[in-house]
Write a protein that binds this ligand. Structure first.
Ligand code: FAD
Ligand code: DHB
Length: 391
């Protein structure tokens, strides 16, 4: 088998890249380890920046998003019973859209099918070869061991994928930061009791109120990093959500929990996101803690930049875009790292054995209430800075 771009991973990064390339007449083949139902059912992110929505529209995959996505003009921060509304649209002229990652992935897979972009599910044992010369990917499908020769490889296989590990030791610089907590996330058949997201600081720990539709709520709780989901029966989850998010006269709407899981939190960047003819994108190259809602949006921004660079390479033989891909992508990655770390450190219970950290958090929250500059800074980062050629 031969193609121009071999893409490993059918998450948001790999699928979006395949469709951006197809629009430019560049062939790609996507290889995915899991089956289609698993990939389309994986409940994860939900908050799309306007930049991400724009890419989906440009690809002509925005019909369901326009119908079912929930545009939001602001978010709220809640602490010690008080609520501060952050009017993002008023402060920045931009908005965000709540639309589940699994629906994004479903819409992208459907579009690949309609447009003849091959996505091979359930491939095993992916290995990359000759990254500096004539690259190829070998893998097992139902019929045996296959070889896919390609001009370039895009590693879009997430944090636990194989592509980053195919780069020789010493060629990448890795930056790590691990938080001593994780997020327990639930999806519940309950009408959201709030129209916009609520990010809550609480002595018992952080909580987040989000939603997926007028009848489905998505909620998160800070839990210790090594927590087992078995210790969180549904009643305990609701009790904790009411304690952390509730205010006099307002409660979290409860209902059957249809999905629950715990995600660890880390910050991670592998620089320079490329090696020879392999280009990393999305979670394969970087992870942010979810408090800033940036992971999916960064993945889409990476492949927007990468597809433009690949387009220039094939149409004009100009490889300068490819050479500068990592540097361009990393500007936004580091901006998002800083913002995600800021939001995480602002809102989570720090357990540092002292009250100094939590008093600083309250002082920072109070500053957001008093300072237009501070709240505008938060709003600009949250909605995402406009996309450019090098950011
Ligand atoms: P992935 O979605 O991880 O896709 C990688 C794909 O590669 C997967 O399908 C995987 O099966 C496949 N793969 C892996 N290894 C191999 C292999 N060896 N061979 C073949 N295929 C392989 N981000 C936001 O922007 N906003 C949010 O609100 C937000 N909230 C989040 C909440 C939670 C609870 C979590 C867990 C994440 C959240 N994120 C959020 C982050 C977001 O989900 C990720 O950043 C996003 O999925 C990254 O997309 P990706 O395509 O790079 O990687
Ligand atoms: C959602 C997830 C986030 O990490 C976030 O910051 C906001 C919303 C969500 O899944 O809806």
């Amino acid at each position: 088998m031969r193609t121009q771009i071999g893409i490993v991973g059918a998450g948001p990064a790999g699928l979006t890249l395949a469709l951006l390339l197809q629009r430019q007449g560049i062939e790609a083949v996507v290889l995915e380890r899991r089956d289609r139902a698993y990939v389309e059912g994986r409940v994860r992110a939900g908050l799309l920046e306007q930049n991400t929505v724009d890419v989906m529209h440009r690809l002509g995959v925005g019909a369901n998003l326009d119908r079912d996505g929930l545009p939001h003009d602001g978010i709220s921060l809640r602490w010690q019973g008080e609520t501060l509304h952050v009017p993002m649209r008023e402060l920045t002229g931009r908005q965000v859209t709540v639309y589940g990652q699994q629906y994004v992935v479903r819409d992208l897979i459907d579009a690949c099918g309609e447009r003849g972009v091959p996505v091979h599910f359930e491939v095993d044992g992916v290995e990359l070869h000759d990254l500096a010369g004539e690259p190829s990917i070998t893998f097992d499908d139902g019929a045996g061991r296959q070889t896919l020769s390609c001009d370039l490889i895009a590693g879009c296989d997430g944090f636990h994928g194989v592509c980053r590990g195919s780069i020789p030791a010493g060629a990448l610089r890795e930056h790590h930061f691990t938080y001593p907590f994780g997020w327990l996330g639930i999806l519940a058949e309950a009408a959201p009791a709030a129209e916009e997201l609520i990010y809550a600081w609480h002595e018992r720990g952080f909580a987040l109120y989000s939603m997926r539709s007028p009848s489905i709520s998505r909620l998160y709780l800070q839990v210790p990093a090594d927590e087992s989901i078995e210790t969180w029966p549904d009643q305990r989850i609701w009790g904790e959500l009411q304690a952390r998010l509730g205010v006099p006269g307002w409660r979290v709407e409860e209902g059957p929990i249809v999905d629950k899981g715990i995600t660890p939190m880390r910050s991670f960047v592998a620089e320079p996101m490329q090696h020879g003819k392999l280009f990393l994108a999305g979670d394969a190259a970087h992870i942010v803690p979810p408090t800033g809602a940036k992971g999916l949006n960064l993945a889409v921004n990476d492949v927007r930049l990468l597809s433009e660079a690949i387009g220039r390479y094939f149409s004009a033989g100009d490889s300068s875009g490819l050479a500068g891909y990592g540097e361009a992508a990393l500007r936004r990655v580091w901006r998002a790292q800083d913002f995600s770390n800021f939001m995480t450190q602002l809102l989570h219970r720090l357990d540092d054995g002292d009250t100094f950290g939590s008093r600083l958090q309250l002082a920072r929250l109070e500053q957001l209430r008093r300072s237009t500059a501070a709240i505008t800074n938060l709003a600009e980062n949250y909605v995402g800075f406009p996309a450019t050629d090098d950011f």
